[in-house]
Design a protein around this ligand. Structure first.
Ligand code: NAD
Length: 427
């Protein structure tokens, strides 16, 4: 199918995450006293880039693909954000994800602006060779925009460390020398960081633990956790939660979910998934749909798949008392209001899943300095920065008497706005 038709269909099918991102922004800036010009500036992405490019398939055909890269903000430093391969990718989704990256980096105190990229493709339908061709061509199309000091991509949905290695190699071959710091989330062998692969999921669980401890829960053995999405974020969150003694009762992937009220053995499930490429069929579990999974009896819900999952359609029936957003934008503003009214705590995405970009930052620093840390050091610094972000969010929530999402946005937007005010408008 040609890219343009795919694009049209995608835009008709999915809810608009950019509307959600703007609604969240508008909600937060109401509490802030900045000039309209500063607020207006931050509402807009700085640059938007669309590329249409050919990829040779294994059967010799040449197919056109469409990709995007958006830089939302570069006020605090180079822009940082992942690359998504998915059939639902569209410009508004990329804009939203880029804006969320700006707030995420700002909230946890990283010297980065926000960016995001994506290609409209179902990566499961391409061979390894085709994925390599696509990644290398997309990387070369982005060369005018990227550099270790301008814009540093990373993996997101549908992309993985191998693709980041192809990305790094393509950039390096173009400039004529190796530039590991051009991309993060790489394999260790080409300048990746210890702990990067597990960092987002691990960070989600660290946030869950903070939220529980601060509400007086210290024994996790009876805490039932449901995880939507069993990719990089979801599977690593489930694994770390299991390691800490939580009872992970249900997980799902794009094909559907599984449930065992007594808890799933996550290490065995990971083996099952490696062999079968899906979670269903795991011994001793019942089958549930993704819709049913979100409504199962549990204490904590970790949406770790994609945006737009918790809406006014299902938020009234969610049984969890705590939602920790591993995915970006899984809860829309209407669902946020319902959760607030029902006393369900939401740890927002820009805090909950910031572990990934925090360790990406460590990877970038290590690459620039050519000096590498051990895993213990990575996790020690990760924990420290996450808890600092959690503290800042709670302090802001108390100061402005708002929910955690609005607080996180307020704290993040303030840092960008203050820097913008200090830098001034060019020229
Ligand atoms: P991934 O591609 O590794 O995994 C995605 C998982 O979600 C897979 O198990 C897939 O089967 C499942 N899935 C896809 N569509 C689904 C649907 N409609 N219903 C249920 N499950 C579905 O992606 P990932 O890197 O784990 O990213 C997941 C989310 O986390 C995205 O929102 C991403 O933006 C966000 N995120 C990722 C990172 C990272 O470091 N990878 C960092 C921060 C945020």
């Amino acid at each position: 199918m040609v890219a343009a038709l795919r694009m049209q269909q995608n835009q008709m099918m999915t809810p608009n995450p950019y509307k959600t991102a703007l609604a969240q922004f508008d909600r937060a800036v109401k509490y802030l006293d900045y000039d309209d010009s500063i607020i207006e500036f931050m509402r807009y992405p700085r640059r938007e880039f669309t590329v249409n490019f050919p990829v040779r398939r294994d059967d010799g055909r040449v197919e056109m693909f469409t990709g995007y890269r958006v830089h939302h903000s570069t006020i605090l430093g180079p822009s940082k954000g992942g690359i998504r391969y998915d059939l639902h990718v569209n410009m508004d989704e990329v804009r939203a994800l880029a804006m969320w990256m700006s707030w995420k980096c700002s909230l946890v105190g990283l010297p980065y602006g926000g960016a995001k990229g994506g290609v409209i493709v179902d990566p499961t339908k391409l061979s390894q060779r085709e994925l390599e061709n696509l990644t290398r061509r997309y990387a070369s199309e982005l060369i005018p925009l990227i550099s270790p000091h301008a814009d540093i991509p990373a993996p997101d949905m549908g992309t993985n460390p191998q693709m980041m290695a192809w990305f790094m190699d393509t950039y390096s071959m173009t400039v004529g020398y190796s530039v590991p710091a051009i991309v993060t989330g790489k394999p260790i062998s080409v300048g990746g960081s210890e702990g990067r692969t597990v960092s987002t999921g691990r960070g989600v669980v660290i946030n869950m633990v903070e939220a529980l401890k601060r509400s007086g829960v210290n024994d996790f053995s009876q805490i039932r956790v449901v995880v939507q999405g069993f990719g990089n974020v979801g599977s690593n969150a489930a694994a770390y939660a299991h390691e800490l003694g939580f009872k992970v009762v249900a997980v799902s992937d794009v094909y559907g979910g599984i449930y065992n009220p007594n808890g799933l053995d996550i290490p065995s499930l990971l083996e099952h998934q490696t062999i079968n490429r899906r979670v269903q069929g795991f011994a001793g579990s019942d089958v549930v749909t993704n819709e049913e999974l979100l409504l199962l009896p549990c204490d904590v819900l970790l949406p770790c798949a994609m945006e737009g999952q918790l809406t006014e359609r299902n938020a009234t029936q969610v049984q969890a008392r705590l939602v920790v957003e591993g995915a970006n934008g899984p809860t829309d503003p209407e669902a946020d209001d319902i959760f607030h009214d029902r006393g369900i705590q939401v740890v927002p995405d820009i805090l909950a899943n910031s572990g990934g970009v925090i360790v990406s930052y460590f990877e970038w620093i290590q690459d620039l300095q050519s000096f590498f840390w051990d895993e213990a050091e990575v996790f020690r610094q990760l924990d420290r920065i996450l808890v600092r972000g959690y503290d800042l969010t709670m302090r802001t929530a108390e100061e402005y008497r708002v929910d955690m999402r609005t607080a996180a946005q307020i704290a993040a937007i303030k840092r960008v706005a203050d820097a913008l005010k200090t830098r001034g408008f060019y020229p």
